[in-house]
Structures are given as structure tokens and as C-alpha cells.
Ligand binder design. Sequence first.
Ligand code: GUN
Length: 296
Amino acid sequence: MTAKVIDGKAFAAKVRAEVAEHVARLKEANGLTPGLAVVLVGEDPASKVYVKNKHASTIEVGMSSFEHRLPADTGEAELLALIDQLNADPKVHGILVQLPLPSHLNSELVINRIAPAKDVDGFHISNVGLLGTGQKSMVPCTPLGCLMMLRDHHGKLAGLNAVVVGRSNIVGKPMAQLLLGDSCTVTIAHSRTKDLAEVCKRADILVAAVGRPEMITGDMVKPGATVIDVGINRIERDGKAKLVGDVHYESAAAVAGAITPVPGGVGPMTIACLLANTMTACCRANGLAEPEGLTA
Ligand code: GUN
């Protein structure tokens, strides 16, 4: 079998177009412009690229973008004061503090200072708890993007065996909660799981989010399974820089029923879902109906 390629780039473009339509409607009918504030502390080159892309995408869908770039030696009190100011600003519906923060700053303290209703990353402890108890929350963008692609491919997910490889707070754990919410039978595996190949081989849905290049190989995939590759690993092969996922694409694609490529799979969905979350936050803040299909 050769797997169907799930085109995350095209899917993300569709989600962004839907968000743009809702933004236009919200402006016209309610005089509201959803606003996203992004806070970047320091000069991390990868973070700078992410923040630049987030700004461009936010403007493209018609939202307001508020960028706050602070020097690497910014103190905790100053950063917390900025978050308090953004929490109180009615033009700001979503707040994202780009991670990783410089090591002298306590990320948990900073993230938990964001008003939960504006926490478009879904990292605040209140949102983690709401998601874990099946209540309405802000959902982390990457797992939300994976869920959207899975629902689009499968329709209903109920009863399917899902294996999530990776237990991070940003992807693995919320992904497992979302799949459980859609009535999958969920296993969380990780780098220390015994007989990982055998565990993965039971999966109808296999989500790889371990951060190890090409760790999941074709012999670990059940024939016909859907494979979602969250990994983005920069490696060098034959003297050339290359981007690979956590899945060994060629061998997995030969066995799977459907698979996301790297690049062009999960990656583009993350920013699209950040915009969707900002839209959702704006609607909730103003007591308006949320757009369908953009939330979990
Ligand atoms: N750094 C890398 N990915 C992310 C993300 O999804 N959110 C935030 N806040 N920082 C990140």
C-alpha cells in the first residue's frame, strides 16, 4: 500500500481562509477586530522566525497583531507587568509568550500569569485542567491541528486505537486528551516504553511527537494506519542540511493508509490553529457564538 499524503499546507490555507471570513463578518456585524499579542524575550533565531511568521499570518487574516520584543535580560517583574497590561487590554483577545524563555525567567510563572481566556496556546494550568476534565478550554495549537486533520480524514474517530508517542505538555499529553475526548482508545507511549514497536503496531492512529529524527519506522506501523508526524528535526545527511520528522517517511508511507509529510504536514497547521484560537477567544470574550469547526 502507498499511503495517501495528508496535505497540511493546503488544509492550513483552508483554515486560515475560514478564519479570515469570520474576521470580516465580525468586523462588519459587530465592529470587532480580533487581536493577538505575541511576546518575544531575547534573540533566539528560531523564535524570531516563528514570531515573524505569526505576525504576517495574523495580519493576513485581518486581525490586529501586537508584537512585544524585549531584551534577553528583561526581569521577571517587567515581563509580568507587560502580561498584566495585555490581560487588561480589550483590543487584545489572545496572548502568546514565545517559548523557550531565557533561563533566568520562570516559564510556568509567566504562562500562568496570562488570563486563561486569552491563553491561545492553551498552556495555562486552568486550560490544562479544563481540557483534562472535558470542559470548554483553550486547546494547544499543534494537537488541535492534528485533531482537525484526523477528523477530516476519518470522519468520526470513536473506537479507534490511538497511540501517541511522546508525553510533552505541549503536544503528547493534550493530544491524548483530545483523542480521548473523541472516544478513541488512547495509549501514551514514549522513549522508555517497552516493546515500542509492538505498541505502535496496534495503532489505527499513530501520532509521533518524541523529537527524535525518524525514530518510527515502517515495521512499527499497522497496515492502513493513519500516521501523524509532529516532529521537526534538522539533520545533516550526505553533507546537506535536511528537515525530517519523527517518522521514517519512506518506510512508513509504504505501510500506512495515510501520512503527514515533513515539511508540509502538521507544521503549517500550528499557526492556522493559533489564529483559530484567537478568533474563538474573541467570540467568547464578547458573548458571541463560536465559529464551527475551528475548536475541539
Ligand atoms: N515555541 C515553539 N513552539 C511554541 C508554541 O507553540 N507556543 C509558544 N508559546 N512557544 C513555542
